[in-house]
Design a protein around this ligand. Structure first.
Ligand SMILES: [Mg+2]
Length: 222
């Protein structure tokens, strides 16, 4: 875990979902694989053909010195609009098959929610975010959920960050973005003035109550 930036006393913590609130490499790989397979069928080029096109687009962006972009935007460049991306993900992902209740996560978020409002901001559709939080047994801790279909513009675009702050009723500077990818979850957050914490997976999220208690011991009652 690395605290990249926090200034002042934040009011809300904005969590990424995949590889942040759970660690499951098989599920992460499945999520991309199943979409690439679907893309291959749509384009009539097969799974390997679709994989090659995605790799080609990523290589073009890298060669042009452009930063990371979302899988949704790469799909859009190949003719699959965001609405269709959202529909495919809703059809293909069933979080309860991959995720289970996490008592340690529940305890950590319960402690954090005493001092901070918690939001989920994911590049998955909001429905998939809802189902994931339900499967993990932590849905009740989150007052705001922003998914891909809320802005049709995935992280690292600024729109989902701005919308999350707006729905929290807070200035971005009062929010801390917490995620596993610097370029996607943190850099755009800091551009808007949010704080940023890089995690390696859910094991780091378990440690956040301690981290925040150490930062601000007087505000805690437990
Ligand atoms: Mg992630």
């Amino acid at each position: 875990m690395k605290v990249v930036a926090i200034e002042g006393e934040p009011s809300a913590l904005v969590f990424d979902l995949d590889n942040t609130l759970y660690t499951n490499p098989d599920y992460a790989a499945f999520q991309e694989d199943v979409l690439v397979e679907r893309l291959g069928r749509e384009l009539g080029v097969g799974t390997e053909g679709a994989r090659a096109r995605i790799a080609g687009l990523r290589a073009e962006r890298a060669a042009a010195g452009l930063g990371k972009t979302s899988l949704g935007k790469l799909f859009a460049a190949l003719g699959v609009d965001m609405a269709k991306s959202v529909r495919w993900r809703e059809e293909c992902y069933e979080p309860s098959r991959w995720l289970e209740r996490d008592a340690k996560l529940d305890r950590a978020l319960c402690l954090l929610s005493k001092d901070y409002r918690l939001a989920l901001m994911t590049n998955n559709p909001r429905l998939v975010g809802e189902k994931s939080l339900e499967a993990l047994g932590v849905r009740d801790h989150f007052s705001v959920l922003v998914g891909l279909d809320d802005t049709f513009s995935g992280k690292p675009a600024p729109e989902p960050f701005a919308l999350t702050a707006e729905r929290l009723g807070l200035e971005p500077k009062c929010c801390v973005s917490i995620g596993d990818r610097f370029d996607v979850d943190l850099a755009p957050a800091m551009e808007l003035g949010m704080g940023a914490i890089l995690v390696d997976g859910v094991e780091d999220v378990y440690l956040l109550p301690e981290l925040f208690a150490d930062r601000n011991p007087v505000s805690r009652s437990d």
